[in-house]
Design a protein around this ligand. Structure first.
Ligand code: NAD
Length: 517
């Protein structure tokens, strides 16, 4: 198996700027078979082209699955600790390239530089954690009911797996899927979001440099409807792991259901920070601002609702609005800026439509609400951080994922009502409660209906060593990260070894009454 490591230069089809980048299939950088490309542009200035990428089709996916299927037997039989060594090496390479990748991420995705560094750091953390899994991949042994019989269950890789990722964490989210998939012995076809192919390509490049054999990781860029669909439909792809919108996840999960294919979905959210009457208000304000406007509200865990006890409502609103108005909006490469652009013009329009919806529904606009159209920022996709007050729990802006810097503040009368409102959406990803009352804190941990709960911290800030994912329409029962990440990418095999030298019939021989005439 080849372990040559083509450099990033080899990914480029020609040398003049902006660069053209190719797919990576079977250990080679190759153009889309149709020869077509699409541009990736910077959300801070849509006239700036970051690169051109292969606009692939089903025929490229077929080639990628061919390569992944061919590479699977050897990769499966590579000892897991040796697979893990490559992932650990990737962690070290990511560390040395962290600043370069983070700066590319700011250009291509828009998040501010310190968050971009955090995104790469998350991939480093995941690589180190999953490298340790190479010497675990724990199975079970258990007693047999029969004498001289051994019983155990081991994990095995699935085969070829398809990874479909969004643009909001363009390095971290692919790493959450890729590292556990690879350490478990699967081979991969990876399709990143069309808004962030360069970040994804840099991650692939790191894996090649780390020594991943040809065909083990294959990278195909292009539209979800062409590339994503073709990955899902290929019968040799044994599992799909997708992070994206609930709409897309539902479609893919439906198709996987028909094909009897394993599917793990990480989808939308409508997360809330809950503020009880005894909360530390300064802590709340910092947390709510970070939760609502970090990554310009484009986190699946963003605090797009803040539910506040009426006794602290005015105090909260005054401070929250003042702090939000002071946020610095601008290009994420300038470290003074706190909020960057949103991903593209289409998303910008969709966010602003929600502002119109909120106004029509009778919510009170406290600040923001506009697309920035003038000056340097007017060249990009900047939306003012926006707060709606006096929001009712059933309004669309309190129910639907907006995925931008817009949050809805909802007043409530009691702790019980707070829980009811917090739980009253179709989503269940991340909920947080600010209170100094230990009894209420534990009640909240128990009653909040979400995959992630924070006490005295905002809805964002997950660490990679705990399970990550949501309930209800956010997910379909799987969890990424932590020890649970391996579950998605392994199949259990139960094994019985009978060393008694005779036929032993379980449930019969050791129950004499069962054999009675
Ligand atoms: P999206 O649903 O538009 O796209 C996600 C991925 O699916 C992309 O790679 C896209 O090309 C692909 N895709 C689209 N249609 C497809 C199809 N028919 N078949 C196969 N693949 C297809 O999402 P996005 O705009 O990239 O990301 C934002 C969404 O992701 C938000 O809803 C956000 O909440 C969600 N998200 C969830 C989590 C989580 O862990 N729960 C984390 C981050 C983002």
């Amino acid at each position: 198996m080849s372990t040559t490591t083509p450099s990033l230069e080899a990914a480029k089809g020609r040398s003049e700027l902006p660069q053209v980048y190719n797919n990576y299939i079977g250990g080679r950088w190759v153009k889309a078979k149709n020869g077509e490309t699409f541009p990736s542009t910077s959300p801070a200035n849509v006239n700036e082209v970051v690169g051109h990428f292969a606009s692939s089709g089903p025929e490229d996916v077929k080639a990628a699955v061919d390569a992944a299927a061919k590479a699977f037997p050897a990769w499966k039989h590579t000892p897991a600790p040796a697979r893990a060594d490559i992932i650990l090496k990737a962690a070290y390479i990511l560390e040395t390239r962290k600043e370069e990748i983070a700066r590319t991420m700011v250009r291509e995705m828009g998040k501010v530089i310190k968050e971009a560094r955090g995104d790469v750091q998350e991939a480093i953390d995941m690589a180190k954690y999953m490298a340790g899994e190479g010497r675990r991949l724990f199975g079970h042994t258990c007693p047999s009911e029969m004498p001289d019989k051994f019983a155990m269950a081991i994990r095995q890789p699935l085969g070829v797996v398809g990874l479909i990722t969004p643009w909001n964490f363009p390095v971290a989210i692919p790493s959450w899927k890729m590292f556990p998939a690879l350490v478990a012995g699967n081979t991969v076809v990876f399709k990143p979001a069309t808004d962030t192919p360069l970040c994804a390509l840099m991650l692939v490049e790191v894996m090649i440099e780390a020594g991943l054999p040809a065909g083990v990781l294959n990278f195909v860029t292009g539209a979800g409807s062409k590339v994503g669909n073709a990955i899902v439909d290929d019968p040799r792809v044994r599992a799909i792991s997708v992070t994206g919108s609930t709409e897309v996840g539902r479609k893919i999960a439906g198709r996987c259901g028909e094909l009897m294919k394993r599917i793990s979905c990480e989808l939308g959210g409508k997360n809330a920070v809950c503020v009880m009457d005894d909360a530390d208000m300064d802590l709340v304000i910092e947390g709510a601002v970070w939760g609502a406007f970090g990554t310009a509200g484009q986190r699946c865990t963003a605090a797009s609702r803040v539910i506040v006890h009426k006794s602290r409502y005015k105090e909260f609103l005054d401070k929250f609005v003042a702090r939000t108005k002071a946020l610095k909006l601008g290009n994420g490469l300038d470290p003074v800026n706190e909020v960057g652009p949103v991903i593209n013009k289409e998303q910008l329009k969709s966010i602003n439509e929600y502002v119109e919806i909120g106004l029509k529904e009778g919510a009170k606009l406290m600040c923001g609400g506009k697309i920035v159209e003038d000056g340097e920022l007017g060249k990009g996709c900047f939306h003012e951080p926006t707060i709606f007050a006096d929001v009712k729990a059933d309004m669309r802006i309190a129910q639907e994922e907006i995925f931008g810097p817009v949050t809805a503040v909802i007043p409530v009368e009691s702790f019980e009502e707070m829980l009811e409102v917090a739980n009253g959406t179709q989503f269940g990803l991340s909920l947080s409660m600010y209170t100094r009352d230990i009894n209420r804190a534990f009640k909240a941990m128990d009653e909040l209906e979400s995959g992630i709960v924070y006490i005295n911290a905002p809805t964002i800030g997950a660490e990679i060593q705990l399970p990550f994912g949501g309930i209800k329409q956010t997910g379909n029962g799987h969890r990424e990260a932590g020890i649970t990440a391996i579950e998605q990418f392994t199949e259990w095999k139960a094994i019985y070894v009978d060393y008694s030298g005779k036929l032993q019939k379980a449930q019969i021989d050791n129950h004499p009454a069962n054999s009675a005439e």
